[in-house]
Design a binder for this molecule. Structure first.
Ligand code: HEC
Ligand code: HEC
Ligand code: HEC
Ligand code: HEC
Ligand code: HEC
Length: 482
């Protein structure tokens, strides 16, 4: 402070030349000599240094922590820019203070024939280029970072854990989230970042929906996402799929359903679209009107065919509420493949798979029934399941037959561990994600809950000619032998 006052008192005695340096000199010194200016300079320097160190560590792949990314690509650049803004503000405030004391009323001017000014201008330009380059690199890397599956799935860790976990064991695990959720183009990018901000806010204020609702109403149409990698015209022909079902009465010999699905596509021999992928051919358009948000109650279905003909199929017993704005939806990949990557299992499937793969020893009496009870139990939290599920299975077996436990103790524990892992892959009680919260539309195994092909293929949607949308088994797959 004392030094400052000295300075303030001095200028009258200065020579003309130093007086001329006045406004610039004061401005530049303003950057260093006030606490605010010093803070700005320190903030910028520290931010840049840490950012560069972080960038190198990140590029070398040493650290696998999503929060490091948030710090390097969001917080530190914020610090750097704030620091850079504070410096001229500090200088301006100091200059104004000097003005108040009437020290120098000169205007700032740049005189390039003055070597000090030249040095100042060159220094300023060089520093700016360096700063802008650093910000550019950070923005580029940060853009990729916020688009990575890693960021989407892990930074909002707790919120999207179910989706991330299911994604990690799916056929699309190498496809970044943004390929399906944002797709190419600037407008969707901006929309996604805006809705992303809203979501971050919902996470911070803990006001996000539990579970996250499906279907996603504003999902980008499949032609802009799925069809960038998959070609609807591709002829898949038939695909054989085998389903194994055990029962409590027979844990050792599965009932096998082998079916050949008529996936189809554009048949190269006939040049016609056929089979299941007929719905997504460019020549046909199937659209539908659902009366519920889950799209399980389909009241009307329209078909436009390549020859220009048109049919509307109506299901009389689903009432279309009047006055509400229901939207016709053109069928695309998502109406069948609603779970291409967030594929959740069902308990019975997993228990049967355990028996088939011998993770659950089928020789233990009653193990199928007890496994289903243990895995379906409503645990309060995932920790609760971790602590109690294995014991629960052992207790059920003890009640059934204590000798079972003596003979197969280790196998029962092993079965319990398998069930627990499956449970932890699929259930998050704290987020209200239970078994069956997110169901598939691919087949008709869960038609009773309104999922799958039989939403339309139920022989109950009639057109004017009295035709229905057929449920003939051989339309979609070779008839299974039972
Ligand atoms: C192959 C495409 C694809 C990829 C990759 C993908 N998703 Fe999805 N995701 C979907 C589709 C399709 C839905 C819509 C499901 C519906 O509407 O029923 C969805 C739905 C969601 C939902 C809503 C809740 C739900 O389960 O329906 C969340 C949250 C989500 N995805 C997060 C992610 C995250 C995080 C990643 C990356 C780790 C990711 N997604 C990767 C296709 C994808
Ligand atoms: C970035 C490219 C990409 C995008 C986008 C993409 N997929 Fe895929 N998809 C793949 C690849 C690659 C495979 C093959 C994975 C394998 O067989 O290992 C695949 C496999 C599949 C399969 C077969 C799965 C199986 O069980 O074998 C289906 C069905 C599928 N995708 C549907 C979709 C749908 C629906 C969307 C849009 C929501 C979509 N894909 C978006 C690349 C993509
Ligand atoms: C009418 C329902 C339906 C629609 C619409 C649909 N699919 Fe499929 N798709 C199926 C069924 C059913 C299968 C066989 C599923 C299985 O393997 O269990 C299948 C299989 C596939 C496969 C795997 C083929 C193979 O040989 O393993 C891919 C890839 C695929 N679909 C992509 C798409 C894409 C991309 C779209 C949108 C352009 C689409 N599907 C639209 C029902 C549909
Ligand atoms: C939104 C309603 C709807 C859903 C859901 C639906 N379909 Fe269809 N599907 C139709 C209509 C409408 C037709 C054409 C009926 C007609 O023209 O007589 C059709 C025709 C078909 C055909 C015959 C195509 C041809 O070659 O002419 C197959 C195969 C088929 N569907 C399979 C499926 C499968 C498999 C699923 C479930 C994964 C499914 N559909 C889900 C409405 C639907
Ligand atoms: C609209 C098309 C369609 C019709 C009609 C249809 N199915 Fe299916 N069915 C499918 C699809 C798609 C799958 C495969 C589902 C999957 O991949 O999980 C399937 C799977 C199956 C399976 C194996 C599933 C399991 O868990 O064992 C059986 C069995 C089956 N269908 C029987 C029938 C019978 C019987 C009929 C006639 C009454 C019939 N289906 C009519 C589309 C159809």
């Amino acid at each position: 402070m004392a030094e400052n006052e000295n300075e303030i008192n001095q200028p009258e005695n200065e020579t003309k030349e130093t007086a001329y340096r006045g406004p610039w000199g004061l401005l530049i010194r303003g950057m260093w000599r006030t606490p605010l200016g010093l803070f700005g300079v320190a903030l910028t320097t520290i931010s840049i240094t840490l950012m560069l160190v972080g960038l190198v560590i990140d590029q070398l792949g040493f650290i696998h922590n999503p929060y490091l990314g948030v710090i390097i690509f969001m917080i530190l650049p914020g610090g750097m820019v704030t620091g850079l803004l504070i410096i001229p503000i500090a200088a301006y405030l100091r200059r104004r203070q000097f003005h108040k004391f009437g020290i120098s009323r000169d205007h700032l001017q740049i005189n390039l024939s003055d070597h000090r000014h030249r040095k100042f201008v060159i220094g300023f330009v060089v520093l700016s280029v360096i700063n802008i380059s650093i910000l550019g690199i950070i923005a580029y890397e940060g853009y990729h970072f916020t688009d990575s599956a890693y960021f989407c799935g892990q930074v909002c860790h707790q919120v999207m854990e179910p989706e991330y976990k299911a994604y990690q064991r799916s056929p699309h695990v190498r496809v970044p989230c943004v390929e399906c959720h944002i797709g190419p183009g600037a407008d969707w990018f901006v929309r996604a970042k805006i809705s992303g901000l809203r979501q971050v806010l919902a996470v911070i204020t803990d006001s996000f929906s539990r579970p996250i609702p499906a279907p996603v109403t504003h999902l980008r149409p499949a032609r802009d996402t799925c069809e960038h990698c998959h070609w609807p015209e591709k002829f898949h022909g038939k695909k054989v799929k085998i389903f194994n079902h055990f029962s409590n009465d027979d844990q050792e010999n599965p009932e096998v359903h082998e079916i050949a699905l008529h996936i189809g596509g554009r048949n190269p021999q006939t040049d016609e679209f056929e089979g299941i992928h007929w719905h997504v051919s460019a020549n046909n358009e199937v659209s539908y009107l659902a009366v519920d948000e889950k799209r399980t109650q389909i009241a009307r279905v329209r078909v436009k065919r390549p020859d220009g003909s048109f049919s509307e199929f109506v299901k009389e017993d689903i009432e279309v509420p009047e006055g509400t704005e229901l939207e016709w939806r053109v069928m695309d990949c998502i109406d069948c493949h609603n779970r291409p990557t967030h594929i959740y299992d069902l308990p019975e499937e997993r228990v049967d798979f355990g028996l088939l793969s011998k993770a659950i020893n089928p020789e233990i009496t009653g193990i199928r029934e007890d496994s289903l009870i243990a895995i379906n139990k409503q645990y309060e939290t995932r920790e609760d399941a971790q602590e109690n599920m294995v014991n629960h299975l052992v207790n059920l077996q003890t009640l059934r037959n204590p000798e079972n436990v003596e003979e197969h103790g280790d196998d029962i524990k092993k079965a319990g561990e398998y069930l627990l892992k499956t449970y932890l892959d699929n259930v998050w009680p704290e987020l209200n994600v239970q078994w069956g919260t997110y169901m598939q539309h691919l087949g008709h195994q869960h038609e009773d809950l309104g999922y799958g092909c039989f939403r339309c293929h139920d022989e109950e949607h009639n057109n004017e000619e009295g035709d229905t949308i057929t449920q003939d088994c051989s339309l979609c797959h070779d008839e299974p032998d039972f």
